[in-house]
Write a protein that binds this ligand. Sequence first.
Ligand SMILES: Nc1nc2c(c(=O)[nH]1)N[C@H]1C(S)=C(S)[C@@H](COP(=O)(O)OP(=O)(O)OC[C@H]3O[C@@H](n4cnc5c(=O)[nH]c(N)nc54)[C@H](O)[C@@H]3O)O[C@H]1N2
Ligand SMILES: Nc1nc2c(c(=O)[nH]1)N[C@H]1C(S)=C(S)[C@@H](COP(=O)(O)OP(=O)(O)OC[C@H]3O[C@@H](n4cnc5c(=O)[nH]c(N)nc54)[C@H](O)[C@@H]3O)O[C@H]1N2
Ligand code: SF4
Ligand SMILES: [Mo]
Length: 686
Amino acid sequence: MKMHSICRLCSACCPIEVETDQGKWVSARRKSPFPPEYQLVCPKLAAAAEIIYSPLRLTKPLIKDECRKFREASWEEALDTVARHLLHCKQEYGAQSVCWLRGMAADWGAPWDYVNRLMNAFGSPNTIGNGSICFVGRDFAHTTVYGAMTMPQAMHAKRILIWGKNDLDTAPGAAEAILHAIRNGAKLIVVDPVKTRFAEMADIWLQIRPAYDGLLAMAMIHEIITHDLYDKDFIKKWTVGFEALQKSAAQFPIEKVAADIWLDPELIRKAVRLYASSKPACIVDGNGLDMQLESFEATRAVAMLRVLTGNLDISGGDLIPQTVPNRDLQLRERVPSGIAPITMNYSLFNRFHRNWGHQVQSCVIDAILDENPYPIKALIVQSGNPLITFMDSDRVRKALEKLEFLIVSDLFMTRTAEMANVILPAGSCFENTQLNRAFIRCSPVRIQDQVIASVGESRPNWKIVFDLARRLGLEEEFPWQTAEEAIDYQLEPAGITVAMLREKPDGIMIEPIKYQKYHDKGFPTPSGKIELYSEQLKAHGYDPVPYCKGSMKEPVSFMDQAEQYPLLGISGARNNRFTNSQYRVAPLLLQQEKDCIVDIHPRDAATYFILTGDWVKIVTPRGAIRMKAIVSDIIRPGVIRIAWGWGDHNPDYSLNRITDDGRRNSVTGTSSGRNFMCRIEKIIDK
Ligand SMILES: Nc1nc2c(c(=O)[nH]1)N[C@H]1C(S)=C(S)[C@@H](COP(=O)(O)OP(=O)(O)OC[C@H]3O[C@@H](n4cnc5c(=O)[nH]c(N)nc54)[C@H](O)[C@@H]3O)O[C@H]1N2
Ligand SMILES: Nc1nc2c(c(=O)[nH]1)N[C@H]1C(S)=C(S)[C@@H](COP(=O)(O)OP(=O)(O)OC[C@H]3O[C@@H](n4cnc5c(=O)[nH]c(N)nc54)[C@H](O)[C@@H]3O)O[C@H]1N2
Ligand code: SF4
Ligand SMILES: [Mo]
């Protein structure tokens, strides 16, 4: 039988067609608008059956007994136990002592709304996502400039500027669109410290010094302004604060910053001319800009390049999405007044978007360990693996150990789940019907549908939340018996239902895509214009214009100890076989750990007598890990690139044991975990 859904094995959210047989997975293909010879194959989707039917899947709820061993339990017992402990914490310490932590895997769609609804109705504002190190911080940076996060329209662009994104490995649909544009003559500029496949293909590759993106963006802004490459009419009519931006950017002329950011000034000039000389041009920004201490400021400056060149909201430029109308399910008003979330120090970030809510994950650790701003006693972790994915794992472990009660909902016995008191087994994305956020951000709306039967006694995310809510006495707030009922209720303002979506597997357009919508409505910012200068940021004590003080905070962790730690480590090399800490359970994908590697430049390899295949210890003030070395020129001398996501498979490879969570961006709470000083030692006897 053929069915349509959305794959959520990673955040690319590809539409898929699935072949099933009597409720079981047979195979699937990514739907793509391109002819087969131009389609990219996703190994994760090809290995989906190994993930879904892995013998390691959790199939029954588990409760830890007095001897700290897990025993199987019924759903009734497990949910009752969870509800009892949550209600106990509420009574003893107040509802705010209960926190729900969401990883990225179960999507930021309706399941996120349901969890917020449950927690708000319970009385706790502490539903926390990990968006401060993922794209939500970037979303906020875009939003402060022009009111929403734009979507690059690469398919029809003449110029594409890829900034810290690696779609060939992380988002094949987006990569196909870029490749299509290149075949049609689009010019490509890549800003990346690593020679990615796109960097190899690029007309200009700016091999930026890791974490110094903000300075490059400011230098580009200055160059665009001084060479009259900006769209004057557009700036005059639609922006506020141009003079202030001009003044700030004047502090960063190319010749002044080029050496600091390890780039040739002439190459930056060429890149500026190439990007700004023809329209439409889009900027594809990515996670390379996140997880940096200066992530917010750098991303804002990059966003302003779109504005100056007049590429905002035009075909082939950067589209302001047309949100699909939907009901706000979150019941924020139910949190008693006077109870602030543990992320209270990030008040603007907390409320910039009606869906995202609270996203500074590090605050969860502070609240548990340091009881700052107040203690968290019980934690529910759903679709995340914080022991592996949060910066500074040692601190995370201490926090999890200190909790009175830890509940984990996952498909597998992760390192985080091992620490739980109760484990609730969840269904994979193919065993879940849910409203996927990517498809209500902008039409066409599509449904992520349950295409196969649940494995064992695992339950879909929505059902776990609804069932728990009812046990907490929230029957009225959760009247829905099925996912379909809840989705129909949420989508009522759009006039569509699950049944309609199932009839239209290629999605439903709510309205045609419109460009330059600002002509009718202005921009959804406080001033109604694009804010190159933000009064709102200023009122909260932040810089109203990026880098207006003329300098940048040291963005690389442990730089003050560079004498003992002379190499710059970059974390986060993703590849297309895994998503963060996931899927090492699939033999098809694992391939003998061949991707768990550290790339070392030949010059550094020679200094340390390291050959490809040698084992290397990587050390920072936080700890040490080990990995196999590859001698490679994809990075500069002095920089090493460390594979990401291997800690669940083997804690010895767990990158976040050596990253830092001590310093954070003051606006978004983003940790400086992507770039850190480190040293390497060759391991003689493994
Ligand atoms: N050093 C370093 N640290 C990083 C990053 C990096 O590049 N370098 N990347 C950061 C980024 S961008 C992110 S988003 C985070 C990711 O951090 P997490 O969200 O913690 O990451 P995952 O490893 O993807 O863990 C997802 C977990 O959810 C489970 N799961 C999958 N589907 C479902 C479901 O439907 N329901 C439930 N209940 N569970 C499910 C999986 O089995 C897995 O254990 O990591 C961040 N940490
Ligand atoms: N296959 C696969 N797909 C995934 C994931 C996965 O783990 N595996 N994770 C999902 C998640 S949670 C996310 S957030 C996205 C992330 O996907 P992307 O946004 O593509 O992010 P990354 O691949 O982490 O990094 C993008 C690029 O940034 C570069 N980079 C590193 N440091 C810097 C820097 O200082 N400046 C600049 N300019 N570039 C830098 C890296 O070299 C890399 O090429 O992918 C999602 N999709
Ligand atoms: S890239 Fe692969 S794993 Fe990610 S959503 Fe698309 S098909 Fe699924
Ligand atoms: Mo992410």
